[in-house]
Design a binder for this molecule. Structure first.
Ligand SMILES: [Zn+2]
Length: 188
């Protein structure tokens, strides 16, 4: 049986979040990558659009979670938990968060992407986000601490590493020496 048939069976062809019957598609719940039924929910176009964050949160739409958060389907509970967390400053979602029940595994799944969102982010001098493995160029001559070396402006540094507890610092190799570099002096 293919995925959409399995989902139809499970969801009775309705959005598993809001019950809507229009534009139902399989929504893969991040960070899972395999399109199998346990990783997917049947979601309507409105829910998909909201979950893709391609439009502003429609807070009232999500009152549907009042019912769907009690689903037997882990993927549905995970999405409900994430949406409620994102909206918790609205008041009522926070009340629901206090009573939603997730198993340990479901909670770990739900938090996998939420932790990413809260993680420290690194940006270059132009405000472009940096990731481990990126290459950057120095935009200023830099004195290398503890040596007489100067890392010249224009030097390309490949395969940088982010310093996890400091948003202003990355590590990279210049002349075979690993140095710390302030992100404000980098350009991707
Ligand atoms: Zn929906």
């Amino acid at each position: 049986m293919n995925l959409s048939k399995e989902l139809n069976n499970r969801s009775a062809n309705k959005c598993e979040l809001c019950g809507n019957e229009d534009g139902i598609t399989a929504f893969l719940v991040e960070p899972r990558t395999t399109a199998e039924i346990s990783n997917c929910i049947a979601a309507c176009s409105i829910c998909c659009e909201q979950l893709a964050k391609s439009t502003k949160w429609n807070v009232n739409h999500w009152r549907c979670l009042n019912d769907s958060m009690w689903s037997q389907v882990s993927a549905v509970k995970v999405v409900a938990y994430r949406v409620l967390s994102a909206l918790k400053n609205e008041g009522w979602p926070n009340d629901l968060l206090e009573i939603i029940y997730l198993t340990e595994d479901e909670l770990a799944w739900a938090n996998e992407t939420m932790e990413d969102e809260n993680a420290i982010k690194h940006y270059d001098s132009n405000g472009i986000q940096l990731f481990s493995g990126d290459s950057i160029v120095l935009i200023k001559d830099l004195d290398v601490k503890g040596s007489s070396m100067i890392a010249k402006r224009g030097t390309a540094v490949r395969n940088i590493r982010l310093v996890q507890d400091n948003a202003d610092l990355i590590e990279g190799k210049v002349n075979d020496q690993t140095i710390y570099i302030l992100t404000q002096f980098t350009k991707k």
